[in-house]
Ligand binder design. Sequence first.
Ligand SMILES: Cc1ncc(COP(=O)(O)O)c(C=O)c1O
Length: 385
Amino acid sequence: MLPPAGEPCYIGTDPAATERLLQQWRPYQAGFYASGTAALAAAVSAALAVRPGRRRVLLPGYGCPALVSAVLHAGGKPMLVDLEPERPWMQRAELHARLDGGVAAVVAVNFLGIPERLQELAVAAEAAGALLIEDSAQCFPPAGLAAGVADCIVLSFGRGKPVSLLGGGAVLCRDPALAAALPQPRPAGGRQRLRLKAAAYNLLRRPGLYWIPQLLPLGLGKTRFEPLAGIVALDESRRQAVGKAAADFLRQQPHGQRLVAQGPARVAGLTDVAAVCGGASRLLRYPLLAPDAATRQELLVALRQAGLGASALYEHVLPEVDAMPCAPLVHGELAQARDFAARLLTLPVHSGVRPRHVRRMQQVIETVLAASLPRWQGERKEKPG
Ligand SMILES: Cc1ncc(COP(=O)(O)O)c(C=O)c1O
């Protein structure tokens, strides 16, 4: 049974590598936090502080519920924007309509390695007097880092993320005034036993043992809103390990991604999300759109039965995520985000994915799509355009 995402986690203390990373991030200045959610909350707090009188924060209507936790914790008002058809990007017309003088920040989310249109969003945000926050929790290095497009960039070092320390996050701020407005985190407490945790994690994510964590009540693969309890600093052991973990990640070759791109992603009837968005250098999982919601469910069941690590990711638009507090959310129909949520399927691309797994993925997908072909081809004919 393949895990849907993530690489084994190796903790190597190398403060010099962390120092090198900080140099590479310049002119951005880094603040480290206990999670990506805390880092995003810190970034939003800073944006609200430097844009007094503005409270609204624009987010995509489909995404990680941590986006909402972070904005609410920072005291902002989350305003959800629908997506472009078959893209993880915020819909241009709706974004412009919502981007008024009450907006403090726009959060541009890099979806599994597919960057948002950062240059365009930076121009729109600046024209409205808002800040641009690049949420690069799912992508390393951040797409806008070299060109310095965003006012600040958020990273996550959580489980299944590109640079994983089983927890942690960072905010990179371009402007020293914004960096100075970041909230002071509470100190990290207690011994972390990080190497022990990493060893247990690495053992249990092996294909032969992955059924064990799936049986435990850990909520793996379940999407649920969790309020952020507080903004805590990154512990020292993780801070010293960040640089080495980043360097290790950059050395890995994305073989799994290449295999999936050349095989399962090309099966007729599926939409390769990265390809239609103009490509992605490094994907965390391989996102595909099934022809319709019913076929997505059939694909998920068949791929899961074959132990191939497929997932539906968040499954719902943000207002419909389990335990989501809906009252503070402002949004419209989110029609395209709903369609995306209902049709999305991700395939694993981590280093445990072998050619035989990818061949099996392709067989399973071809079988399901052939059986459901009359239904989805009929639906396509009915849809104008
Ligand atoms: C886009 C995005 N932003 C923020 C976060 C929060 O990161 P963390 O899990 O480290 O709190 C995540 C986590 O999955 C994410 O996917």
